[in-house]
Write a protein that binds this ligand. Structure first.
Ligand code: PLP
Length: 444
């Protein structure tokens, strides 16, 4: 009997024209003439140009480019496509909402959809009785959180971490420990009151990191301790157990707010609704984004009422924008939260991710160029021996039909953050292909 074909959205790669194929090449040439150039050269990884493709359509964990190539998407829109491309819940919610109203009037008049969404987002904060500041991008939510911290504490200082990424608006950029070159040209326009501490990976690194935070809190008026519970772009670095709890204790003791940037880690990606809860921590402010919008731009800063009411206590301040709480993103966000509500997808991310990491370790362990695997749930970093190797492997994987990112300050970490719904067969196929690519690289 012939085996049943894979369900839609779970197809293995199929490359008809080596990327970029002729149609993608021509679209890329037009793009180059129209788009502002960004010279983003990861330090060590720039030894060969990154091949590019142009998306034509997508379904589940598959992306199809203009040339008809089928890719397995292990990046999922930088983690934003939490339920897979074209997931039925958000797609249907979008159509229903589009037939009613698209956008209301920012913070002035809400739609009924926004009312329902904000109640649902508020219920995610483990402290209870939370209030939500709706925003549009991750960096916008970070701005909202740091503004809230200033209003609540009266202190402009921020403790942030080396390797951390909070987006490129000026509030997040000032706290960007991921790459100094991102900040360097804009330093004169950034908050000068940011102190960076090392982010620990090993048990023995925690004390040094906590000492740096303690020193900053003692010497500078710090209003916010801002951290990713797991460094995302910084290379999927999971801090040692107990670190987040100790950090929360330090922040509280000094009257600073603990701001958890759960924009990438949250909503099930790391095997729990919030990655910070893995360490039993209840942050003061939580920033959500990426997957929150069910594929459309939406983010939020969430905190307990007594903190968020700082906005009310300060006359004449506002944080809003034209499309704040627009009804279309609120509708797709509600559908996304519906899909993860019962915890089954979070649990699946934890289970599938841990099996994936075990297979990676077993298969890649003996291979030259492989260093380690780290992460949690479906946020997985595969650390290779150099940024140049990781860049070359990423490029070769694209040619073979797998979309992966590289991360880590040195660009040495292949970053895999697929949809939480990805078929395990696709992850297995990826592990085998990655082993073949690494073996081939070792021979050259
Ligand atoms: C942890 C984290 N915070 C904030 C951001 C910024 O989000 P956005 O790109 O939507 O502004 C990102 C983006 O990758 C992120 O990973």
């Amino acid at each position: 009997m012939t085996p049943a074909p894979p369900p839609p959205g779970s197809l293995p790669p199929s490359i008809l024209h080596s990327p970029p194929g002729p149609l993608s090449r021509s679209a890329l040439a037009r793009l180059q003439r129209a788009e502002c150039p960004i010279s983003f050269d990861p330090p060590a990884a720039a030894t060969e140009p990154e091949p590019s493709i142009v998306y034509a359509s997508a379904s589940g964990s598959n992306v199809f480019d203009l040339d008809g190539n089928c890719f397995v998407d292990l990046a999922s829109g930088f983690g934003a496509i939490l339920l897979g491309h074209g997931a039925s819940g958000p797609t249907e919610a979008l159509a229903r909402q589009a037939s009613r109203t698209w956008t209301s009037l920012g913070d002035v008049f809400a739609s009924d959809t926004k009312v329902e969404l904000l109640e649902r987002i508020a219920s995610i904060h483990p402290a209870g009785d939370a209030r939500v500041l709706p925003c549009q991008s991750g960096t916008d939510a970070i701005t909202a959180a740091l503004k809230t911290a200033v209003l609540h504490t009266g202190r402009a200082g921020v403790v942030a971490f080396e390797g951390a990424y909070h987006g490129l608006g000026y509030a997040g950029l000032a706290a960007c420990g991921y790459r100094e070159s991102f900040r360097a040209s804009f330093l004169n326009q950034l908050n000068p009151n940011v102190v960076f501490a090392p982010f620990p990976e090993q048990e023995q690194d925690s004390a040094r990191s906590l000492d740096a935070v303690r020193a900053a809190l003692a010497s500078t008026p710090i209003g916010a301790v801002l951290l990713e519970p797991i460094l995302g772009r910084g290379g999927c670095v999971v801090p040692p157990p107990g670190f987040l709890r100790a950090l929360a204790g330090l922040a509280r003791a000094h009257g600073a707010l603990l701001v958890a940037d759960e924009i990438w880690t949250g909503l099930g990606r790391c095997g729990a609704m919030l990655a910070s809860s893995r360490d039993g921590v209840v942050p003061d402010l939580i920033c959500l984004g990426k997957g929150l919008g069910g594929g459309l731009p939406l983010s939020a800063c969430v905190g307990p009422a007594p903190i968020m009411e700082a906005w009310k206590r300060t006359v004449g301040v506002v944080h809003t924008s034209t499309f704040q709480g627009n009804a279309l993103s609120c509708a797709t966000a509600l559908a996304c939260l519906d899909a993860i509500r019962d915890g089954a997808l979070c649990e699946r991310a934890g289970r599938v991710g841990s099996r994936f990491m075990t297979r990676l370790r077993e298969t890649l362990g003996p291979l030259e160029g492989f260093r380690k695997v780290r992460g949690a749930g479906l946020m997985t970093g595969i650390v290779l021996s150099s940024g140049a190797l990781a860049g070359a492997v990423r490029n070769e994987l694209l040619r073979r039909g797998y979309i992966v990112l590289t991360g880590g300050p040195e660009g040495d970490t292949l970053t895999v953050t697929p949809a939480l719904t990805i078929a395990e067969e696709l992850l297995d196929g990826f592990v085998d292909e990655l082993a073949r690519v690494l073996e081939a690289k070792a021979r050259t």
